[in-house]
Design a protein around this ligand. Structure first.
Ligand SMILES: O=C(O)CCC(=O)C(=O)O
Ligand SMILES: [Fe+2]
Length: 316
């Protein structure tokens, strides 16, 4: 593995304020990043610092809190929301790779609203299942405020993606007007003993949906992406920016032009005793959205069932 490097930083506020020529230049930069590694960073995002601080404090309080508070919000088998403890998930299994479980715990929450008239039993039982919130003052308010910010930001990034693909800005809008996105808070505890063979903080995987908005705690290390040359390379999150990566459905949409890049989180040998905290927002098109290559040709995938199958494989 080579030293950590940064990813291209795109200023969203500058893009939205820019004239046509500058917008085209920024869109071209986004296209390049999505073709090369599928990772970039978004600055000028407009998410207030105090809301970020509030959700970070809330999830930190939860992870550092009593085991009973976590037990109280553990999901039933196969359910996606609530507390998943150490041993609950191995992301590499989403790709059929048998590995020991990831060295992490997480709290997960789903959409804030359910579209009227939704009657698909899988949609109702899986992604529209209620999120069991911990009984911790301020947690739910901070969580939902951050979730709402992420949904708005993701829609803006999808507009930027449309421009980068030479599509009308609102091209993706009908596919993401009832999104089934999930917010996940991650805690990777200090590693008191070396990991088992093949064990990571998060095993090598691609994300499943349209795009992911990551916010690792400042200074936390260990996120790596597989470069086109086949080398694992560390990603250093730029300060004040979100790390964005595209998921499988965006790769499919672009007919493989953009890459849903394999990534993982390792225990950094030089910093094994440092915990890692991170927030990951997985933007996912509407349950019923049929995603097929823009250029035509190739099979389509339905967003909701695809997500559900991937989650089931990773938590089996
Ligand atoms: O820890 C992180 O920042 C990223 C984790 C990740 O890639 C995932 O949960 O999909
Ligand atoms: Fe990921």
């Amino acid at each position: 593995m080579s030293a950590a490097s940064t990813v291209p930083v795109i200023d969203l506020a500058a893009y939205r304020a820019a004239g046509e020529a500058e917008r085209a230049a920024i869109a071209a930069e986004v296209d390049r990043a999505c073709r090369e590694t599928g990772f970039l960073a978004i600055a000028g995002h407009g998410v207030p610092e105090d809301e970020i601080a509030a959700v970070r404090a809330a999830v930190r309080g939860f992870f550092d809190g009593p085991a009973e508070a976590k037990e109280a919000v553990r999901p039933a088998k196969g359910q996606p929301y609530g507390y998943l403890g150490l041993g609950a998930e191995a992301l590499a299994r989403s790709r059929g790779e048998e590995t020991p479980p990831d060295l992490k715990e997480s709290f997960n929450g789903g959409p804030l609203t359910r579209p009227e008239g939704e009657s698909d039993p899988d949609a109702l039982a899986f992604c529209y299942a209620p999120t069991p919130f911990p009984d911790q003052p301020g947690f739910r308010a901070a969580w939902e405020a951050y979730y709402a910010r992420m949904e708005t930001l993701a829609a803006q990034i999808m507009e930027l993606f449309a421009a980068a693909l030479d599509l009308p800005a609102d091209y993706f809008a009908p596919y993401i007007d009832a999104p089934i996105s999930a917010l996940r808070a991650l805690n990777y505890p200090a590693a008191e003993r070396p990991p088992e063979a093949g064990q990571q903080r998060a095993g090598a995987h691609t994300d499943y949906g349209s795009l992911t908005i990551l916010l690792p705690d400042p200074g936390s290390r260990g996120l790596e992406i597989l470069t086109p040359g086949g080398e694992w390379r560390g990603v250093a999150p730029p300060e004040g920016a979100f790390v964005i990566n595209i998921g499988d459905l965006m790769e499919l949409w672009t007919g493989g032009r953009w890459r849903s890049t394999l990534h993982r989180v390792v225990v950094p040998p030089e910093a094994a005793l440092e915990r890692r905290g991170s927030l990951a927002f997985f933007h996912q098109p509407n349950w019923h959205a049929e995603i097929a290559p823009l250029e035509g040709g190739g099979a389509s995938v339905t967003s909701g069932p695809y997500l559900m199958a991937k989650f089931a494989a990773a938590t089996a």
